[in-house]
Design a protein around this ligand. Structure first.
Ligand code: AMP
Ligand code: ZN
Length: 130
């Protein structure tokens, strides 16, 4: 079953797709501090920022993770990276440098099962990450 386009069905872990937090934000049902939008993706500030700039860039479509991406998502990923480029400039971090983080699965600390890219900037970051 295609979980991406079945808003009424249950996802495998028992949460209704219509209850997905980031789907609800993209539909405007949950408030968020929106930074910029494109047809296939939306960017809003993280509610628990880990850096002076902490923006989440999120596809509008419910794509759970990287393994659910396919060639049909070219337009989605183009909008995601166009937003990242635009926002780096508008937030003043394009020249200074910033980090884009994609947490995948439990060991990486993924908490929301809807693909999202963290943009972090405005301070120095260590490597390797903690
Ligand atoms: P991850 O751990 O990679 O799944 O990241 C999920 C992120 O979503 C965390 O950084 C949270 O602080 C953030 N988050 C959770 N709820 C909200 C919300 N309502 N608005 C904005 N960011 C949120
Ligand atoms: Zn979702």
């Amino acid at each position: 079953m295609d979980r991406r386009s079945n808003a009424g069905v249950f996802m495998e872990w028992g949460t209704k797709l219509e209850d997905c937090l980031f789907c609800r934000i993209t539909r405007g049902e949950v408030g968020a501090d929106i930074v910029e939008e494109k047809p296939h993706a939306i960017a809003f500030r993280d509610i628990n920022p880990q850096a002076p700039v902490h923006v989440l860039v999120v596809p509008r479509e419910h794509i759970p993770s990287v393994s659910d991406l396919g060639p049909e998502h070219c337009d989605v990923l183009a909008d995601v990276f166009a937003l990242i480029g635009d926002i780096a400039v508008s937030e003043g971090i394009a020249q200074r440098g910033y980090r884009v983080v994609l947490n995948i699965g439990e060991e990486a600390g993924q908490a929301v099962d809807h693909l999202h890219f963290h943009m972090l900037g405005g301070r120095f970051f260590s490597w390797p990450p903690g």
